[in-house]
Structure formats: C-alpha cells, structure tokens
Write a protein that binds this ligand. Structure first.
Ligand code: PMP
Length: 414
C-alpha cells in the first residue's frame, strides 16, 4: 500500500493571503523561508501534549514546542486553568497583583544566584534590561557577547543591519565562543570600560551545531568578571528550565550575576523574567523598565502553576532521558544508512546537522519528509523536548526518521 503523506494546501493558501497583508508573510524565526515549499505546515490550529494539528488537519509529534515555550506539553490543564481562573477576575489592572510578588519570591527561592526578580513579556526585553543594569551598575559602556549568539531583536544585538545605524551596536564587541584568550584580550583592550559579558549557558547558534562550554571556560569568564568588576549575564531564554530548575548554569556548574528567563517559564503563556544578585538590585531599580503588559496577572498565575508542576514532577530528568533516547536513536539510524550526522546539544534541547554539508539541503529534505509523515523536526534550528514526550512518541518519531534518512540517502548519496 502506498504511504499516505500529509499535504499542506490550506497552509499554502493562508501563506499566499498573508503575503498580501503581512510584511514577509510569516516574519522572523517563524518564517518557513528555508524549508521545502509545500512540504511544511505553516499555520497551527491546536495542540495537546507533545502533538499539534495544522491548518490542513495534519497531526505532528512536535520537536520544536513553539521554539521552546511549551515545556509541559500543549494545553496543559493545570497551567491553563490557573491562567483562566485569574483571567476571569481580570488580568491587566492599574496595579500588579499579589501574584507578581509570589512569582518573584518563587524564583528567588528556586534559583540559587537570584536575590530579586522582575518581569516582562519577551526574551529580548529581559536581555536588554540586564545589559542596561550592567551599564548602570558599572557606569561603563561595553558589552561583550559571543559571535553567532542570539539575544533577541533589540538594536544592540539583532542579527543583520536593516534599520540600524552603527551607533546602535558601537559598544557591543564579539568574541569566539569558548575562546577565553580572545575574551581576555578584549577585556584588556577595553580596560575599565567593559560593563557586562552576556552568554547563553551553551552555544546554540541557528544553522550550526550546538557547542557546550569547554572545561574551565565559564569558570574563566567568572574569574575575568570578578577581577575586572564586570557583570556576568546569562541569557537562559532558550535553555531555561530544560536542564535545571535553578538555571542552566547549575547544570554546567558556574555562577553568573544575573539571568534572563523567558520561553519555558509559563508553558506558552506570555512572560519573561530577569533575576540577579543583591549587588545589582539598586541598578536594577534605577533602570526604567516597564510595559503595558508586564504585570498581567493571568501570566503570573500560569508561571506559578508551571513552576509548581516542574518542581513536583520529574519533568527535567524525564526530558533529558527522552532527549537522550532521541539523540542516540538518530545517531544509530543515520549510521545504519551510512549517513554522516552530528547530533549535538544537551539531550532535552537537541540539534542535528548533516556533517558533510554546508547548504542544509539534506537537512531540509529530511525535515520535509518528516513533516509529510507527521513528525516536526526543524531543518536549521535546535529542537526542544517537553515533559509530555513519552517513549512511544520517540519510537514513532525514530521510525519516521529512519524512513527520512533512507530518502536522503537515495537522493544525495551519503
Ligand atoms: N535569547 C535567546 C537565547 C533566545 O533563544 C531568544 C529567542 N529565540 C531570545 C533571547 C529573544 O527572546 P524573544 O524572542 O522572546 O524576544
């Protein structure tokens, strides 16, 4: 019997409509621009657990989890109910609610380096905020970041140059991930003017393999910061809560001065958080940090319910176990077909590339064929596990992956 493959006609039709009324159709990282046209879902309808359904009624085992926010699974009853209950009372007021205080207290007790917490909406908000806090605290200008790192859409760090003027990023200097000597020499060259070093807990560039911190790298950054009075900011927007509930630095064994959280904080409800050490609290209160929705109570309720669920279940070890099963299964199946793949990153946030290509054509074919068979793997961005993935989902996904590897092999050779 021929395989029944997913089709994407409704997604395509919506995308054509979008192109008329939305600049870029689907802008930013949600863009399907670098996928195989007509072989990918462009619009979602609903989700449940680790699966979602698209505009054409296709069902997918999802390995992107909304690019990270979905950590417990789609439509999580406890989290959504907590948000719904608060929403019935109202969510946006002239004031915060007690939930803001409770959530700050919860983060301070959960995250070892945190003496305070404050809230916003997006990851970009809190990364930029911590950069300003570092500048205010040190009264210096320079921010050092890793080449290829992503810290959001604000002018100091956004990818590309459209709409920017050089002054926007004049005081932002980039160094090679894991290269402590290059970092130390940048600090030396800018002696007395480095406010902060911002790093993700491990390197997870788009279009590349994930790279863990080399032994001693983060400890070296810590020492440099201590020696020169520099604020060490960790951007845990992407990895946060998938490796350790106390911050991904705990998983890797280092201590930053401040952490930006966002994605997985409320299982898809719209909230981000910045936390930091006592020494930064005065500067943190001086930087003007606010937004129309920064105190929305429904999101606070959702975050509290999400953290509670993460703490009371084996969510983190479970995601690590399921991710390890997926990673090993992919390696084994690729090897069986004589294909060269690199599976990188921590198990709960895996990444995959074909080691012998730079143009991502094999990866695009692999993920397109997976989407046609009901598994969503991204072609050039790291993936995400959630607590709802079970062994049978991983097994099913690996069976599909096996079929997709065979197609890649037939089309490209090894
Ligand atoms: N930092 C990192 C590491 C991220 O992955 C992202 C989002 N992909 C951001 C910052 C920006 O977050 P947001 O898109 O919510 O502004």
């Amino acid at each position: 019997m021929p395989e029944k493959l997913n089709t994407f006609d409704k997604s395509m039709a919506l995308f054509r409509r979008a192109a008329a009324s939305i600049p870029g159709g689907i802008p930013g990282h949600f863009s399907p621009a670098l996928t195989v046209p007509g072989s990918f879902p462009y619009y979602a309808v609903r989700g449940q657990g680790c699966r979602y359904w698209d505009a054409d009624g296709n069902q997918f085992i999802d390995f992107m989890c909304g690019y990270g926010p979905i950590i417990l699974g789609y439509h999580h009853a406890k989290v959504d109910e907590a948000a719904r209950r608060q929403r019935e009372q109202g969510s946006v007021f002239n004031h915060p609610t007690a939930l803001t205080v409770e959530l700050a207290e919860r983060l301070v007790s959960m995250v070892p380096i945190a003496d305070w917490a404050t809230f916003a909406r997006n990851g970009s908000d809190v990364c930029t905020y911590l950069v300003l806090v570092a500048r205010q605290h040190t009264q210096r200008r320079k921010i050092l970041m890793a080449k290829g790192a992503y810290h959001g859409t604000h002018a100091w760090c956004i990818h590309g140059i459209a709409g920017l003027i050089p002054e926007d990023y004049e005081h932002v200097l980039r160094f090679t991930w894991n290269d402590l000597d290059e970092l130390a020499s940048l600090v030396q060259k800018n002696a007395g003017d480095v406010a902060g070093i911002i790093l993700t807990p491990y390197h997870h560039p788009a279009f590349g393999d994930s790279v863990l911190p080399a032994p001693g790298f983060m400890q070296g950054v810590r020492e440099l910061c201590d020696r020169h009075g520099i604020v060490f900011i960790m951007d845990d927007v992407r990895a946060g809560f998938r490796l350790d509930l106390g911050g991904s630095n705990e998983y890797f064994g280092f201590k930053p001065d401040a952490i930006a959280f966002c994605k997985a904080l409320a299982n898809g409800h719209v909230i981000s958080a910045a936390v930091g050490r006592e020494e930064l609290k005065k500067a943190a209160s001086q930087v003007f940090f606010t937004g129309s929705y920064y105190n929305s109570a429904a999101e606070m309720a959702a975050a509290l319910a999400c953290l509670e669920e993460l703490e009371q279940t084996r969510a983190v070890p479970h995601m690590l176990e399921m991710g390890a099963m997926l990673q090993q299964g992919l390696r084994d199946r690729a090897a069986k077909h004589g294909l060269q793949v690199t599976v990188s990153g921590p198990p709960s946030i895996p990444a995959m590339t074909f080691s012998n290509e730079k143009n991502f054509l094999r990866m695009q074919r692999f993920s397109a064929e997976a989407a046609r068979r009901g598994v969503f793997f991204h072609p050039h961005h790291n993936w995400f596990l959630c607590a709802a993935h079970q062994e049978n989902d991983i097994r099913e996904a690996l069976e599909v992956a096996d079929r997709c590897f065979a197609i890649v092999k037939a089309e490209f050779g090894s």
